[in-house]
Design a protein around this ligand. Structure first.
Ligand code: SAH
Length: 362
């Protein structure tokens, strides 16, 4: 789906191609199609970064690949490390622009927060990425390569801990549906990158048609919804997309999302002081979950500040009470630790802040 178009002399980027697309490339070189499977395994399974490393290919084929093809790994422009070990990567994807991803080490696992778009078209008022506006969609290769780079750059930690991938960086995966799903397939394929599907999550601000489309895929990621309010009036004020897909429409789409045994939909809920953290909110949230018969859990995210964002964080006591009340009402709930806040790598803080300054000092 995302074969990058190439003029004469422009190398073809193989990163991001699926098996059938690689097969076409191999056949166009006059080679037998089984080599496509070998190349696929080298790129995604073994994660080599040069054709010379594909040692089971003939020298002639390797040279032909080197002639007109690339493995377009993004340049890493900058890595910032938080006092809690979280690292924010600034990438220059092969077809231009800049994008951020976040590596979050935990005791028993590692989480990669990756981006499906540069900027974002939605205008959620509490999020700094929204201030960038929409710049462009990333290709499947540009999405997968964020994962490949984070894996190879953090090998000592990722070797013996499971890796979780959350499509929660910049942008909306469901606004870049084809490329995000193509990337998901390469990541989840046991012959590809091989990250189990249950460890890959797509987060959405609530594009109901996209949720229904994803529900019909034979293999699906886990689903997270940025709910952030318990009534339409508040939600529309915070997230204009709610005017198009209000709570009932959104939650009906969620109910149709097939879940594996014990799997739940995650409702992310950014707590904004005085806006959506009221005494009635946990009850309204629980009744939404019950009314739509959802198997859900709630992940509470205390607001992370950003420049020109005019909200404030609730008191820690309010956050705990909100969680306890949900638990009492029978809704599983947890509080998300705000990792990487000191380097603006926490939820809602990705805004290419390093980028301007980098351009100023080449
Ligand atoms: N567009 C997708 C993914 C990106 S946002 C989505 O909306 O789900 C990832 C998460 O960060 C969302 O749950 C969003 O509600 C949350 N978020 C955005 N801005 C935030 C902020 N300033 N503080 C805390 N969480 C924020």
């Amino acid at each position: 789906p995302t074969m990058t178009q190439s003029g004469p002399g422009t190398p073809i980027d193989l990163l991001g191609l699926d098996l059938s697309e690689l097969t076409r490339v191999v056949e166009s070189l006059g080679e037998q199609s089984f080599h496509a499977r070998q190349i696929y395994h080298w790129i995604y399974g073994r994660r080599v970064t040069a054709f010379a490393q594909m040692t089971n290919l003939s020298r002639a084929l390797r040279e032909r690949l080197e002639g007109g093809h690339t493995l377009g790994l993004p340049r890493v422009l900058k890595i910032e490390e938080s006092s809690d070990g979280t690292r924010k990567y600034l990438f220059a994807p092969s077809s231009g622009g800049q994008v951020e991803s976040v590596y979050i080490p935990e005791e028993r696992r590692v989480t990669f927060c990756i981006s499906p778009q540069i900027g974002c078209a939605l205008d959620c008022h509490f999020c700094v990425t929204a201030r960038l506006g929409f710049v462009r969609n990333l290709t499947s290769g540009e999405i997968v390569s964020q994962v490949l780079t984070l894996l190879s750059d953090n090998e000592s930690r990722t070797a013996d801990r499971p890796v979780n991938i959350v499509m929660m960086g910049m942008g909306e995966a469901l606004h870049n549906y084809d490329n995000a799903v193509a990337a998901f397939r390469l990541l989840a394929d046991p012959h590809g990158v091989g990250i189990p599907r249950r460890r890959i999550t797509f987060s959405t601000a609530g594009l109901a048609p996209g949720i229904l489309r994803l529900a019909a895929e034979p293999v699906r990621p886990r689903l997270a919804i940025s709910l952030n309010a318990t009534d339409d009036k508040t939600r529309s004020r915070l997230m204009p997309i709610n005017r198009k897909y209000p709570l009932d429409t959104l939650l009906e789409a969620c109910r149709k999302y097939p879940l594996a045994p014990r799997e739940r939909i995650t409702f992310e809920y950014v707590l904004l002081r005085g806006i959506n953290d009221g005494a009635a909110d946990p009850r309204r949230l629980a009744s939404l979950v019950n009314r739509h018969q959802l198997r859900a859990k709630v992940n509470l995210i205390p607001f992370n500040a950003g420049s020109e964002i005019d909200f404030s964080e609730p008191a820690p006591e309010t956050v705990r009470k909100f969680r306890d009340e949900l638990l009492m009402l029978g809704v599983p709930a947890s509080i998300r630790a705000n990792r990487g806040r000191d380097i603006s790598a926490a939820c809602g803080q990705l805004a290419l802040q390093g980028a301007a300054e980098l351009e100023a000092t080449p």
